[in-house]
Ligand binder design. Sequence first.
Ligand code: GLA
Length: 717
Amino acid sequence: MKKYLAILIVFSLPYLLPAQSPKPIIIETQHFALVLTVGNNKRVYQSYLGRKPGAMEYDQMKGGREVYLTAGMDNQFEPSIRMIHNDGNPSLDLKYVSHQSATKDNISTTVIYLKDSVYPIEVSLHYTSYYHKDVIKSWAEIKHKESKAVLLTAYASSLLHFNADEYWLTQFHGDWAREMNMVEEKLTNGIKSIESKLGARTNFYQTQAFFLSLNNPSTETQGELIAGTLAWTGNYKFSFEVDQRNGLRIHSGINPYASEYNLQPGETFATPAFIFTFSNNGKGEASRNLHRWARKYAILDGQTSRMTLLNNWEATHTDFTETRLVELFDEAKKLGVDLFLLDDGWFGNKYPRNDDKAGLGDWQEDKNKLPSGLGYLVKEADKKGIKFGIWLEPEMVNPKSELYEKHPEWILKLPNREENYGRNQLILDLVNPNVQDFVYSIVDDMMQKNPSIAFIKWDCNRSMTNMYSPYLREKQTHLFIDYTKSLYKIMERIRVKYPHLPIMLCSGGGGRTDYGALKYFTEFWPSDNTDGLERINIKWGYSYFFPANTISAHVTSMGKQQSLKFRTDVAMMGKMGYDIRVNNFTPQELQFSNDAVKTYRRLSDIIWFGDLYRVISPYDENRAVLMYVNETKDRAILFNYFTTPRRKDIFSRVLLQGLDVKKKYRIREVNLFPGTKSAQPDNEKLLTGEYLMSIGLNLAPGRTVAMSSNIFEITAE
Ligand code: GLA
């Protein structure tokens, strides 16, 4: 292994540099550092990125590659920034002006100010490092003092350089109901890009998160890698460029596709933050870094508890009455969950929402289905001692709606072309301030009338095609960017007035899962596929980047060949809820589910706030094993799922992770179905952390049954 694999001290052209200013700019966390230096030519270079060196070694760092590559001059590779000046000159030459750093509560912010040598263009590079979380956030801000707008055609948030023998990229792709399929590949020369052009439902095909491992593929516990993601709920692009000398450049940012931006004098173009962590102990540590950081700094109320719920979507779809809903409150009560979530289908009068073809945009209660109104439902739920939540899809409109008739000018659609639908709907022109007011008022009016509404599911069921904003007129290339910014503006307003109202982010499954949005949302809906078996893999994928308290997981009747116990055990490793006809349960199933909710409540702090260890991957074996361990390492939960084991499968003992070698732990199987006993030979035994982590547990003691599962509570005594 090379020492400092990512160090970049390069001695020959085109990387040859003059002597440098003496003081490197150090951006460091507890375990890794990014070191930038300024050359005598006043350009800024990334001289190092990797595990933290000794203090003395920082001063040795010199040279490297330019930290934010411009276009139009000597750079021959993918640029970080490209702009066309008022006089048509398409070049930029960014020179160091100054930098400043400030630290507060172990969070350091470093800003490096750059200026073009001739044109009045200023670019500042921002790095926020979360020392104890081992996470760095970086973005760029661009402004100018030319007489008219300049045209920006590339505007990355971040550029990182690496120098290793091999680069292994792990990415996550999918589609509706099959999100987060993990693929790992070796990068070859040229550019590999992972990107979205889908706009509102940006993650529909590719999730904006990756691992990049140096020299070898990383495992859960070994390997040197970064994990990265972009905090942006819109078109994004990561490009991985391996050059002629095997150097790697990773650009991250908004996808500039169809998005040339006219930046006015004095206006600041702030790119979204690229978030990354570095680990030399594999993917597991990288995930835990991101989880700890995200709960504290990135997710709305990421460190507080979540509500269990009963949703009515899969149980009723849009076909329900007021009476039926009140009955469902009783079912929620029987289950023992905190909240009832009323899904799609409750609104629309001229065009009632009886399916997905009509009513979207008309956010008034359907007088036929709900003659006594939402207020009545909220009160009834309250009488029964459960909270009430509601589904909204505020950014969208069906052509069959009063909103469409009243405000055709509020809709994104191309002139001179036929309307193009996704799920029979169109997208509202959020860039228009009147539309922003309308969308805000959907939430605000509802909350004013029914202040005890305790939860919102915010859906977004189509991506952008045939886009044209009547509001933007000749500035159509601003649409993708301004749409996302407008969504944030609305959420900002909502959060000023309703700072802690839990809102689930949904996009026809996992079409929107990013840290730009999670600032305003408490959780997200990962997939419309709620089959327990499928969910193991989907959840596995998301778990690399998002903590369990953000990943909604409902027990449903999808995947009927699986036992209720299996489906429940799968939901319990996320943010558990139900979407099922409870009245169809047998008495035993009801008893089991009621106990499961209680068990979940007792264990959820470990699941939501504990450290995740993915022990055996469903990508490697016909089973999946994972654990959550609390901070003090005295409580842990182990989930064991057999997916589709075959007769040939011989499962070895499982070495647990994350425990304290010196502690003694009681192993107890929980969440057993009534009338069944644990088959685990070590059940109820007291075993040391050392034993559990070096000898381990036989989690397949008898005949393994496909789609069966166990949950073990592990408690230090
Ligand atoms: C989307 C969501 C579902 C449900 C329906 C309602 O598909 O992902 O959970 O809310 O919309 O129409």
